[in-house]
Design a protein around this ligand. Sequence first.
Ligand SMILES: Nc1ncnc2c1ncn2[C@@H]1O[C@H](COP(=O)(O)OP(=O)(O)OP(=O)(O)O)[C@@H](O)[C@H]1O
Length: 306
Amino acid sequence: MTPLLEARDVTKSFGATRALSGASLALREGELLGLVGADGAGKTSLIRALVKLVAIDGGTVTVGGATWDEAGRDARESLGYMPQQYSLYPDLSVDENLTFFARLFGLERHVFEERREQLLTMTLLDRARDRPAGKLSGGMYKKLAVACALLHRPRALVLDEPTNGVDPVSRRELWALLYEFVGQGMGVLLATPYMDEAARCGRVVLLSHGVVLAEGAPAELVASLEHPVIELDVDEASRQRVLALLEGHSGVLAVTPAGEHVRAVLRKAHESDVRRALAEMGARVADARPDFEDLYLTLVDHDARH
Ligand SMILES: Nc1ncnc2c1ncn2[C@@H]1O[C@H](COP(=O)(O)OP(=O)(O)OP(=O)(O)O)[C@@H](O)[C@H]1O
């Protein structure tokens, strides 16, 4: 199946900053692909390269198998794109923003009116249709931006951190919408710095310092983690000493303070050394089931040390 959107070995620098160093990904129909990375990892740069908002220094980008130069209007219209911030007109109402984007895509009036009603119902924005976009809550604003990006029925939807600044309820609604689109065959590419969201994608591409560190289904990636994960129960008095030990030990790949506990990924070959050192400090250690965050931190930390 030809990917809806593909980047191959894309490089991009901004002055002396190398944002992308040979990054690749392919988005296919009917999949929810997560582009996962910390702030500054290069997610926005890769997304902007894919939708041709930024010129790349090297590599190729194709849309429906054709380069942007070869591809015509159809290709452009096969995409819906929601930038990270401020894609709407704050003084225009919900309805007026939709009308503006419908005109941009040259939708016929009756087609637009039908889709507008559908999208307003789907996004639960029908009660706020006269409210200016600038007066919507974070979640409503994002849903309106998604609705505007969907008006022309794209085959691929590209979303740059769509849940940034969105409350948990709206976040859940937005995710439910995305699953619905994907169920209908749309390909959705979503950039996120959140590990819980990454774990909900069908497939993920992990980006760090402009390089793809891993790619695959979240559960399979987690299962491939060969290092043991532990959870420590530490009292307040020894917490700082335990954290200092873990953070400075070459046998520890990642450390996450988790409420009263501390989680750590141990380098397999050094597991017994670390456990011994922790026991000497009186820390209670239990085995933990690896999760997506453990995997991500292990890969990113390994990347940073090499
Ligand atoms: N227009 C620009 N001019 C200069 N540097 C830039 C520009 N755009 C991005 N960068 C730099 O490129 C690197 C990657 O940034 P990018 O915005 O792609 O990352 P990101 O993963 O989307 O992070 P964030 O979510 O914080 O935007 C960063 O070091 C950033 O400072």
